[in-house]
Design a protein around this ligand. Structure first.
Ligand SMILES: O=C(O)CCC(=O)C(=O)O
Length: 340
């Protein structure tokens, strides 16, 4: 397979801005229509799952008359339990959750990879399974994310690597619906101290431990079609959704193939519980977020090794099995009382 030419999506000024400020907001990486298949696939999954919950007698009103930007919020307002179950099903945290060809199409989209390649300075790009689908529902605390750096979730040996978070809203992200806040020019120093016990299990940096006064934060407004690019050491958080609609977004992560990763690592054998050999777990720990599956998403040098959708699903599902028996690394001591 010949290497795909990536479109040049970023100007040299946008690249310099990213490296100096720790983020860049690019309003037109995608055409809004590029994200329609994913929006439709997510809505179809809500429909499918809520019908199966209805068949089990758990849910009465499907709210079929409502569109993608409102339906899940109406289901949640009828029953918190059903809303939470649907959100957990979609969120995709730690490998499980929603994957579909439409999701992979965005992950491997040449327009996005063109921008990522310009920021990483390489065409050898590894994608990470650590992605999230975030339905931030109006008035629900679960979607409010406290101050953190993404490296707080990653292994210390990757602190000095560049891992790019691409935050992609599926609706216009505004102050009212709870867009992100970002602390600029603070991504070059040491990782800040994080605490466990934030809402919905999030890690938290206390205000006094932030590398700058949080009043210096910028408000990361981003239209649908745009992307907020951040480094793994850029402090950010997000605010409540005060609008009448769901603030849908996804966040994806990429790194150079030279940064530590587990591409190509495959368990030799798995027992019935999904346990692999101790040697395998040791090797997997090389990755920045073990035991998530990394995959080659673009390569000029070895285009034949680039992951396709079927391989991507196989990797995610296999690593999902392993997770049941893998004791996740703990970077921060457990809080005795909830922080934040
Ligand atoms: O979507 C949000 O509100 C926060 C996103 C975030 O913290 C992240 O992508 O790391």
């Amino acid at each position: 397979m010949p290497p795909m030419n990536l479109p040049q999506k970023l100007s040299p000024q946008q690249c310099s801005f990213f490296h100096e400020e720790g983020y860049v907001i690019v309003p037109d990486v995608f055409a809004p229509a590029d994200l329609e298949p994913l929006r439709r696939a997510l809505h179809a999954e809500i429909d499918r799952k809520s019908r199966s919950m209805q068949a089990e007698g758990k849910l009465t009103n499907l709210h079929e008359e409502l569109d993608f930007d409102h339906r899940l919020a109406a289901i949640q307002s009828d029953s918190k339990e059903n809303g939470e179950a649907l959100m957990r099903h979609l969120e995709g945290l730690r490998g499980g959750g929603f994957h579909a060809p439409e999701m992979f199409e965005v992950i491997a989209h040449p327009k996005l990879l063109g921008a990522v390649s310009a920021l990483l300075g390489t065409e050898e790009i590894v994608g990470s399974s650590v992605y999230r689908v975030r339905p931030k529902l109006p008035g629900i605390g679960r979607g409010v994310v406290p101050w953190h750096q993404d490296s707080g979730y990653l292994t210390p040996h990757c602190d000095t690597q560049l891992i790019i978070t691409c935050w992609i809203p599926l609706v216009d992200a505004t102050v009212e619906n709870g867009c992100m806040q970002i602390l600029p020019r603070t991504h070059q120093g040491q990782l800040a101290k994080h605490h466990t016990g934030g809402n919905a299990g999030f890690l938290v940096i206390k205000d006094e431990d932030l590398p700058a006064d949080p009043r210096r934060a910028i408000t990361a407004l981003c239209p649908r079609g745009g992307v907020v690019f951040m480094t793994n050491r850029t402090p950010h958080c997000s605010t409540p959704n005060y609008s009448d609609h769901i603030r849908w977004s996804i966040d994806l992560r990429y790194q150079s193939a030279e940064a530590p990763n587990n591409v190509g690592l495959w368990p030799d054998s798995l027992d019935e519980e999904g346990t692999a050999s101790p040697e395998f777990y040791e090797k997997v720990n090389v990755a920045c977020y073990p035991p998530e599956a990394d995959f080659l998403v673009h390569s000029r040098a070895t285009p034949e090794a680039v992951t396709d959708y079927a391989d991507y699903v196989k990797r995610r599902e296999t690593y999902d099995l392993i997770k049941a028996s893998y004791s996740a690394f703990r970077r921060w001591p457990e809080a005795a009382t909830p922080a934040g």
